[in-house]
Design a protein around this ligand. Structure first.
Ligand SMILES: [Zn+2]
Length: 198
């Protein structure tokens, strides 16, 4: 039954009701798989994603030139929207946008989708809570990974971490950077000087 529903969604080029122009069956399936889990187990995050994501679409060749495999592009607010609803303009946590993905068969599709949807769910407060050492790019990446791990996609992300660009994506749980250890919730803890305390 689920399979038929998915098949229907593919033919219509909607995933969970969101328009999608991705040609790759595998990538659309990855989106479905991630959203199915969120709908069932993390309904609040699912609702938030559904309210923000207006479109799933393909990255251009140019956008992928530096190795980018996904991008959450929150919509810039145009003047018309600004005048219609100024509250929306001032709320960076909720402005809608587009999830751009690499539209090709690739083994990290699920990790990639989960990470990008993690960017969609990130709120300013998530960033603020992690603002203690790294640059803003890393903070943003760690917030996105925090959500993806919370949803249970840590294993898939971990698998792809070796091939990801560390300079862009930043560290993962257990990694040690400049005297800090990254916790499983992507916070930074100062490493204890004492050894073998337990
Ligand atoms: Zn990212």
């Amino acid at each position: 039954m689920i399979y038929n529903e998915n098949k229907l969604a593919r033919n219509k080029k909607f995933v969970h009701g969101v328009p999608c122009n991705l040609k790759s069956w595998q990538v659309r399936h990855a989106i479905e798989k991630v959203l199915n889990r969120l709908k069932k187990k993390f309904p609040k995050d699912y609702k938030r994603i559904r309210s923000r994501v207006e479109y799933f679409s393909a990255l251009s060749k140019l956008e992928m030139r530096d190795g980018t495999e996904g991008h959450w592009k929150a919509r810039d607010v145009d003047e018309k929207t600004f005048w219609q609803n100024s509250a929306f303009y001032f709320d960076p946590d909720n402005n809608p946008g587009e999830v751009l993905l690499k539209d090709a068969v690739h083994k990290n599709a699920i990790a990639n989708v989960a990470h990008e949807l993690g960017h969609v769910c990130t709120r300013e407060k998530d960033r603020q809570r992690r603002r203690n050492l790294f640059n803003s790019e890393w903070i943003s990446e760690m917030c996105a990974d925090y959500y993806a791990y919370k949803w249970g996609f840590g294993r898939q992300i971990e698998r792809g971490r070796k091939t990801r660009d560390f300079r862009h994506h930043g560290p993962g749980p257990g990694d040690v950077v400049a005297g800090y250890r990254v916790t499983k919730n992507f916070f930074l803890r100062v490493l204890s000087k004492k050894k073998g305390a337990g």
